[in-house]
Design a protein around this ligand. Structure first.
Ligand code: EPZ
Length: 430
């Protein structure tokens, strides 16, 4: 049953909430559980459709997967298959991170090549180049990639691409290298906290890894990995999204159980925009509306995260003057801009740069979510729009945000999740 969100703007958001576990850490961690035949227990796993879907794929691969209590998953992959069919991969391209764990454990894998998505092409050429640099034989035909790692050996692997490093590409090479003889040196490795969390769990499983969190990661292959019990890091993107919800309404929101060190670039831009920010060891508080137009450029970590670009664009709608957003990761990641314009925003897109002319009156309207972070941005803008906004295709939101509307309501927002049949006449899904 399709669902929509109805938001009535004009409420100030105040209060505190606990950050959920990281989606972008959980997905590779779930994949990494295939590297051992022993049980892996993951805790603080967010309750998201992407997580449930990855668990379903692990089951198809042959693992025994349980979810004994909210946030806890156990995976026991005693016997697994090396094949991952298209109908599983096409729905979630992050399933590509199974490649590294299947190659590590079974020494070969066969996977459908994931498609693109609305934020742009999602190639895996760097993943495959890295595997070849380790001596894997890679064959791509009919939309399938087959990898034979029977003769793979540790080597130096350069993972840089036109947009810099690759997060899941780095995860794949690290996972494959944990059980590949020799030392694999990954240059231009991704430094994201989610990659660091993966390496930390792999080390608990007996992997020999150093340099994670820097641009050079070294992995020394071992013969086997054992089970472990690992708690997933907090979701920095979810945390940033709720901080924007506080600032955009001129409110005061504190996110607890998160790590401010994972959001340095984002918090720097919040402060530059005039939002007050306080941080502690495991919390971040944002209060007060933005007053200054700022320029943001998305970059690999520790730069400004592309996954918070749409949310920050919504924030910039408040500020008089010309703000800019330049996307250096996904140059076409501006689907949200057209929907924001339907609400009255004035945004000019010029290639990878969007110029936002803020302080325009925003009015509620029927809008369409297009991807995970864009749907959050539309809801954030609806919080300050006059009247009612109806956001359709909420399934995009549910991929990456746990009970989003419930948690926003807890901060004082007027937001309801309704069946699409409740859409006012003329707003209906086509
Ligand atoms: C991860 O995707 C995240 N997903 C994305 O979050 C995030 O936007 C992205 O990293 C960038 O930070 C997960 O972790 C599950 P990349 P990933 O490989 O690893 C190009 C969200 O909203 N590239 O780092 O797939 C690519 O086209 C999602 O939570 C190649 O050219 O992203 C992009 O321009 C969306 N060849 C850039 O590199 C390759 O082989 C960065 O992509 C691989 C990537």
């Amino acid at each position: 049953m399709l669902q929509v969100a109805r938001i009535r703007g004009g409420h100030v958001l105040r209060g505190s909430l606990r950050a959920a576990g990281s989606k972008n850490a959980s997905l590779p961690l779930l994949a990494a559980s295939l590297l051992t035949g022993e049980t892996v227990t993951l805790r603080n796993v967010p309750d998201l459709s992407d997580v449930r879907y990855m668990a379903e794929i692990l089951g198809h691969q042959g693992a025994i997967v349980t979810n004994p209590e909210p946030g806890v998953w156990t995976i026991c992959a005693s016997t697994i298959t090396h094949r991952t069919p298209y109908d599983l991969v096409r729905k979630m391209r992050a399933s590509v991170c199974l490649l590294g764990s299947l190659i590590g454990r079974l020494r070969h894998a066969e996977m459908a090549i994931p498609g693109g998505c609305v934020i742009g092409p999602r190639p895996i050429d760097l993943h495959l180049k890295g595997l070849e640099a380790m001596g894997c034989v890679v064959n791509v035909e009919a939309g399938l990639v087959q990898v034979d790692a029977s003769r793979a050996r540790g080597d130096t692997v350069f993972m840089g691409g036109p947009m810099g490093s690759t997060v899941l590409g780095t995860a794949n090479i690290v996972m494959a290298a944990t059980l590949t003889p020799g030392i694999t040196r990954i240059e231009c490795a991704a430094r994201e906290p989610e990659v660091v969390d993966l390496c930390e769990m792999l080390i608990k499983m007996g992997a020999l890894i150093r340099g994670h969190g820097t641009n050079v990661i070294e992995v020394e292959g071992v013969t086997t990995l054992h089970g472990c019990d690992h708690t997933v890091i907090a979701d920095r993107i979810e945390a940033g999204t709720y901080l924007v919800a506080g600032a955009i309404t001129g409110g005061d929101v504190t996110v607890t159980h998160c790590n401010p060190a994972h959001l340095t670039a984002f918090l720097d831009k919040l402060r530059e925009a005039g939002v007050s920010v306080e941080t502690g060891p495991d919390f971040i508080r944002a209060f007060g509306r933005p007053t200054h137009a700022v320029a943001i450029v998305t970059e690999p970590y520790p730069g400004f995260p592309t996954d918070l670009q749409a949310q920050f664009m919504a924030l910039q709608l408040l500020v008089d003057g010309r703000s800019t957003v330049t996307e250096k990761i996904y140059p076409a990641r501006f689907m949200h801009a057209a929907e924001l314009q339907r609400m009255g925003a004035e945004i000019a897109i010029d290639g990878p740069t969007a110029a936002i002319y803020g302080d325009r009156p925003l009015s509620g309207a029927p809008v369409m979510a297009s991807d995970l972070r864009a749907s959050a941005a539309l809801i954030l803008a609806a919080l300050i729009a006059k009247g009612e906004t109806w956001v359709q295709r909420l399934y995009h939101l549910d991929r990456g945000y746990e009970r989003f509307e419930e948690r926003l309501r807890g901060l004082g927002a007027d937001i309801e999740r309704l069946p699409a049949s409740e859409l006012p006449k003329g707003f209906a899904e086509d």
